[in-house]
Design a protein around this ligand. Structure first.
Ligand code: BES
Ligand code: MN
Ligand code: ZN
Length: 509
């Protein structure tokens, strides 16, 4: 879908989209269009239930007096509750409606009033136009490469959207950053949606390298031999039962300042769980519980997508992404419950359940990232526990951290983007639950508070001085139920917006 910004309200066929505030008051462009069409909107309003509430729509087909194939009046709700996120949703809802209609081109002439920023000031109209465009773009995502029949049934006909705004240059500028984020989200969604026979660790690594190196990101791939030499005993243990080779991918974007010695200043670090398929291993999952486990690499997908977004918009930050890619399978070489693994950190782990594999992969990735990069902060993302889905459902990711400021920053970015997080506790009491009878720790807690004991496990691999947060994204990485307007696919691409915003707000030079 082609999106552009124009000042000219005149020409163009297709759908003309205008807005009204809650209570039904037409915005200026809607008033103009109403007049031009001989009162088509006011006439239609008389016979409808449209009141201007957010997302409401009123459609007039083939209006007289104007070139449009249809007029679409959309509700923007109350002026005081209109924000960037709301306009994204609206942009997506409009595109959804036009997909249903089979419209090919559209002109958004909504021009919402500037909205108040939280903490004072106004969000500029050009910004609002950019977010409307961003929402429209997010809705245009589709993962249909494996459909071969009845293609017209799935075809999205809407090809061009022109957004009318007074300051085209400012809107384009605001939109450029968001368009980069959309690319990152689309990459993350593609990776999560791909079936596991296609996207195994080496293929994931190849795609990350292909997509990122052309943007100036340095991408290194470590295979099993490399990792064995270095002592990645926990990560390699998980991959042992699979025919597919485990991989570690290290991505570096150096858009930020150099330190006095000419070296790159400490980077922000993102670490992702990349279990390309989680069968549970020998502690095998039941059939229903195994479905969807192609998505168990969503943390790694988010890290890769975020790196793509940062590099595409040339963010002034030094960022590293490290992802541990494995497949958890139960062949004759598989690691067993009762095995003891020696991690890269030197700490030993008694494996009591091979299905608690994500924390093993992360453990070594965390150690490697901290020792090599000494990051400013480190955030890991993982579809780590089913327990977080029971706790928080689908609306929040769980956040665990050793640093309150980092939590507050992530929470604020979450409120802005709609990718919200909820903090859960860490406490020595929970740490006791992973004591092992024979090794430094065991990989499960036993019974209750499963998301917390998983986080306590990770904390054991956080070194002195590292500012760290862990996001358990098992409930938000994919959606089996109702789809959100801006997320028209199973894989959500969750986290790219959040992390991009976090960097933009606090860590860019
Ligand atoms: N990948 C799963 C967690 C998961 C479950 C993600 C459901 C998304 C939806 C993880 O590797 C796992 O299997 N965790 C176990 C841990 C248990 C064995 C301690 C779980 O949550 O059951
Ligand atoms: Mn598992
Ligand atoms: Zn898993």
């Amino acid at each position: 879908m082609q999106i552009s910004f124009v000042t000219n309200a005149a020409a163009g066929d297709g759908a003309w989209v205008v807005g009204a505030m809650e209570g039904g008051a037409l915005l200026p462009s809607a008033v103009r269009l109403d007049k031009a069409s001989g009162g088509a909107l006011t006439r239609a309003l008389k016979y409808s239930r449209f009141t201007g509430k957010t997302g409401q729509m009123l459609e007039v087909l083939a209006p007289a007096g104007v070139k449009a194939s249809r007029l679409l009046l959309v509700g923007l709700g109350k002026a005081e509750s209109l924000d960037e996120k709301g306009l994204e949703t609206l942009g997506a809802q409009i595109v959804g409606r036009l997909y249903t209609s089979g419209e090919i081109a559209a002109r958004f002439e909504i021009d919402p009033p500037p909205t108040s920023k939280k903490g004072g000031g106004k969000v500029k109209k050009s910004e609002l136009a950019a977010h409307l465009a961003f929402g429209a773009k997010l809705k245009s995502y589709a993962f249909d490469k494996y459909r071969t029949r009845n293609l017209d049934e799935y075809e999205k006909k809407l090809k061009t959207v022109r957004i009318v705004t007074a300051d085209v240059a400012a809107a384009k500028k605001a939109h450029a950053g968001l368009a980069a984020v959309a690319e990152g989200i689309f990459l993350a969604r593609d990776l999560v949606n791909e079936p596991p026979n296609i996207l195994y660790p080496a293929e994931f690594a190849r795609r990350a390298k292909a997509q990122l190196s052309k943007l100036g990101v340095k991408v290194e791939i470590l295979g099993e031999a490399d990792m064995k030499k270095r002592g990645f005993g926990a990560l390699l243990g998980v991959g042992q039962g699979s025919d597919r080779e485990s991989q570690l991918v290290v991505m570096q974007w150096n858009g930020g300042p150099k330190s006095k010695k000419g070296k790159n200043a400490a980077p922000v670090a993102l670490v992702g769980k990349g279990v390309c398929f989680d069968s549970g291993g020998l502690s095998i999952k039941v059939g229903a519980g195994m479905q969807g486990m192609k998505g168990d690499m969503a943390g790694a997908a988010c890290v890769t997508g975020t790196m793509l977004a940062l590099a595409t918009r040339k963010a002034k930050v030094n960022a590293v992404g490290v992802i541990g890619l494995v497949e958890n399978m139960p062949d004759g070489g598989a690691f067993r419950p009762d095995d003891v693994l020696t991690s890269l950190s030197g700490q030993t782990i008694e494996v009591l359940n091979t299905d608690a594999e994500g924390r093993l992969v992360l453990a070594d990735a965390l150690t490697y990232t901290q020792r090599r990069f000494k990051p400013k902060f480190l955030i890991d993302l993982a579809t780590l526990t089913g327990a977080i889905v029971q706790t928080l459902g689908y609306e929040h990711a769980g956040i665990f951290s050793n640093d309150d400021q980092l939590v507050q920053r992530v929470q604020a970015a979450g409120r802005y983007t709609g990718e919200r997080v909820w903090q859960l506790p860490l406490d020595p009491f929970y740490d006791k639950m992973i004591r092992s009878k024979i090794a430094d720790m065991k990989n499960i807690g036993g019974g209750n508070s499963g998301s917390i004991t998983a986080a306590q496990f990770l904390l054991r691999f956080i070194e002195k001085g590292t500012v760290w947060a862990h996001l358990d994204i098992a409930g938000v990485a994919w959606q089996d139920g109702e789809q959100k307007p801006t997320i028209p696919s199973w894989g959500t691409g969750w986290g790219v917006r959040l992390l991009n915003r976090l960097v933009k707000d606090h860590y860019e030079a």
